[in-house]
Structures are given as structure tokens and as C-alpha cells.
Ligand binder design. Sequence first.
Ligand code: MF3
Ligand code: CO
Ligand code: CO
Length: 365
Amino acid sequence: MFTERQWVIDILNPAAECIGFSDYKTCFSIAQIVILFGSCYKISRRRSGASFGRNIMTSVNGKTGRNDFCPCGSGRKYKTCCLPAKDRAFYLMKQQYLRQYRIRLKDPKDVEGIRSAGSLAVASLDYIAHHLAPEITTEYINSLIHDFITSQGATPAPLNYMGFPKSACTSVNEVVCHGIPGKRVLREGDIINVDVTPILNGYYADANKTFFIGSPGVDAEKIVSAARECLKRGIAMVKPGNTVGDIGWAIQEYAESLKCSVVREYTGHGVGYAFHEPPEIPHIGQRDTGIVLVPGMVFTIEPMINLGGPDLRLLDDNWTVLTVDRSLSAQFEQTVVVTDDGVETLTPYNLEEPLLSLIGGPAAP
Ligand code: MF3
Ligand code: CO
Ligand code: CO
């Protein structure tokens, strides 16, 4: 049986050795090793020296055009030199991740489709932000989102998903997630998470944001700021060669340093071809543990952070999740893709702007 990382080491170390490195960890990233892995067939055939390997290390960036000179320095076109090897390496990686983890790595064309669905998710959140105000109901938010998403030729994934009755989740104050839009009326000082998942041309993108209704109190500001920073720090860990555990670790470290707690029961998840795909992305964890991130992985990071304890209660509707201690809970979610050299957000809303921009309502003139 292969242990968690063993196959990576078994496959990639010989590839690294092939081009003059002691093991894959001494190379810059797994993405480059994957390229090297493919390239090493050619390398061994040509009996090139170590400088050949180093050329690849410094110049292969995944952005070389098919008709450009190959970055390996052979003087030939990329498409007739190392590109087929890179494609083959990706193909092998895809098979391995499917077999071992049931993870479906995405091709560039699929990432493009998820990116479009992601733009619509971000547009939906922007749109709803302008309509948030005290005294509206969560049902009204749902109807606006439903109409917005369907008017763009897309389908809201939550509607009828495992019996969920609405087109978005609206989670107010002590509601952690999966709040069902209904008669609840928003009040000045509330916080509300709106979670949207459009399906566009068959591709899913999943994103959410927590907004202030009117001006926030101290607690609301603290928990919303903490949750957003947790997402930022989680995303910052995403690059080839890092692990799922690194993401959870970064989030847990930060949340707990503020004496906030991280929800365990709900995690990020693979997404793109379906609403929820493997793997799970826990928002707690240890460095250097769990599945190794590789290019083409698409998943959400969506930490739910509580002001009090981490324990949850499920309401009788079988959806609404509350904090047991009724403390405030906030969440931010984005869909990301692991690239050859880092991460790209496919639902790219701004995680840096001033917190007060999260106050809903019409934009100032
Ligand atoms: N959008 C949620 C997530 O981030 C899932 C909601 S499931 C639903 O994974 F059925 F409540 F919509
Ligand atoms: Co999600
Ligand atoms: Co979501």
C-alpha cells in the first residue's frame, strides 16, 4: 500500500535524480518536477548534463507557447520537444489522483469554464450587496439571487440540492451555514453570510461573503475580520507541493490566536464538475500532512469561524446550523485552482478592501 506521499516520492525522486538533484524536495516545486518527470525521459535519452536540468528549473513556467523555443535549451520548438512530455506527466498525475483520491484534476479548458461560473458568483455577491438593508427578509435576498443567476443563463446549484428548498444560503448572526431563506427580517447590526453556487455551461463555482447590515458592533467587526483573514491565509498556502494540511494549519493558527474557534464539521471541497467533489479541505490541520496539492486541483476554502466555542447544533429543518453557545459566526468562501506556480482564485472578489465596504446597501454616490 502506498502511504500518503509515498507515490509522489517514488515517482518524483527518480525524476529529480535523473536531472541531477538529490530528491524532489530540493527542486523548486512539484509542478516543475512534474514537468521534469516528463522531460526526464528525453534527458536520459540525450544524456544531458546537470546544466540542462537547471535550465528547465529556471525557465519552465507553464506559459511557453507551443511554437516558442523549448525552455530546455534544445533549440527546438516547445511543441516538438518537452511539451508532449509535460502533457504526458499531467495525464499520469490525473490518473494517479483519480485512482488514489477520487480527485478529478481539471484541464485548462475546464478551468476556463469554472472561471466563467466564478465571475457570475462574484457578480451575484456584488449585486446582492447593493440590495442589503435593515428590514428586508432573507426570502427577498433569495428571490433576487435566483432571478439574477437565471437571467444570466445559469442555474443556482443549491435549489433542490439534497432537498434544499432555496437558491442560496443566508446565514444570519449565530447561524454558521446553510441558513434557509425565509421570513427572518434583517436588523441593523446583524451580520449575514450569502452563499451562491451558479452552474454555468455545466461548471460549478462556489463563493460566499459575510456582510454587515448597517454599522457593525465590536463583536461583528471582530468575527467578520477574522473569518476574512482566515480565508486570505488559507489561500496564501496554496501552491504545488504544499498540502491540504498546510491550508488548515494556517487558518487554525490565526483563528485560535484571536481566541476564536474553527468549525470542524464542515470543510472546503473539490468543485467544478459537481457541487461537492473530493477532496475535503479541513480548516484545521498540521503542516506537511494530507494530500499534496498539484496543478489542476480546483477546490473551495471556506472557513467558518466562531466568536465562542466550535460546537454546533442542527435545527429540526435538518439544514440550519447554529453555534451551540449562540455566539456570532462568520464565513468567507472562494473557489481556487492550483496553478503551475501557485494559485489563482476563480471567484476573485477583493479580500483586501476596507472591512466597512462589507456594509450592504446602495453604493455611495
Ligand atoms: N454552498 C455550500 C458550500 O459552500 C453548500 C450549500 S448546500 C445547500 O459548500 F444545499 F445548502 F445549498
Ligand atoms: Co462550498
Ligand atoms: Co458555498
